[in-house]
Design a protein around this ligand. Sequence first.
Ligand SMILES: [Zn+2]
Length: 369
Amino acid sequence: MEKQVEPYHPEYAANRVKSLLERLEEELQQALMRWFTEFLDDLIGVKKIAKDEPLPGFILARLNDQVWWKTWSEKLAEILTSNILSAMRAGSHSAGRQLAMNLSWDYIQPAAVEWARQNAGKLVTGILPDIQTGISQIVTAGLSEGKTIYQIRDEIAGLRNDAEQTVFPDWRAARIARTEVIRAHAQGAKLGYEESGVVRGMRWLDGQTGACPKCKELHNKTIRLGEKFYIDPKFGDGLPPRHPHCRCAVAPVTLDQVKYLPTDHPLRNNRRNSIEEITDIQAYTEIGGVRVTGERLRHAKFGHPESTSQSLQELINRIEGSIQKPGKFNDVRHYIQDKSGKWWVIVVSPGEGSPFMVTFHRVHKPPKK
Ligand SMILES: [Zn+2]
């Protein structure tokens, strides 16, 4: 199953991102192999990239040089991050097409950058130790066979043009590229759904010929936004891909579509469990036993890039502080200034159909006390 490369789900072509993703896969694979060649060039001293060290034992010295490894792991992380971000942007584009909405990348980007960096970091942690081990084995075996450091260097140099090499093989770069582009696209789509404020859940799209049994099983499964389609300790984060080389897709389940689901369908439940989960106008959150509807909270979370995450956190803290004391307030207003000097007011007040409404507005300046 691992070796099976699924065809792209037709949804990718329908959202007009298929050729872009194919190109990104290709570019990432090539960039990874280019990184590996440059890494080897630097290790054997053909090109002095990270460090100039002309002593005969320099390969051994570099293998033990933490700063040197850090330089190369940062280069690798950079390549991965930028490619992941491009695929995430394609994902948010897909979300926009699926919802027939214009989603602004400016609002999505901060969360995307954070996710891309984290995921790239995880990937580097998976890739680098294997390369480190592979090279060390060549050196150790060479030394025990009585080879000179120059012979060992030539052996390492030979990896650059060896299609059969196993230290960082081409097929591994291809697998990483295919898997990570689909993964990043799904994450970008999810961020787009959250940004939209009209999406309650996600549907898995597969059921095509060439899909593996695990993927077929997930076809048409719906989950709430933020939940996982599957839990597999060995692979994935609950979204596509289900396995390496998987090319399943996701589609949004909008608030409008939720109305047509059976009354006992889990997506009909309006309850949310944390303040971060409030992204649609029908949802509510229970904190300290009090329901809070979040009509405009999502604006603070996604809609206003000038409102820094620090000031947002302050806003949320204030709401949480207020609703910890139910009954103690009536139409409470908090004024807060963001980093750019703009003022906001949050209003926590009794709402229709649920105890409290939380709304956000931009204000010119707070009233004098
Ligand atoms: Zn699949």
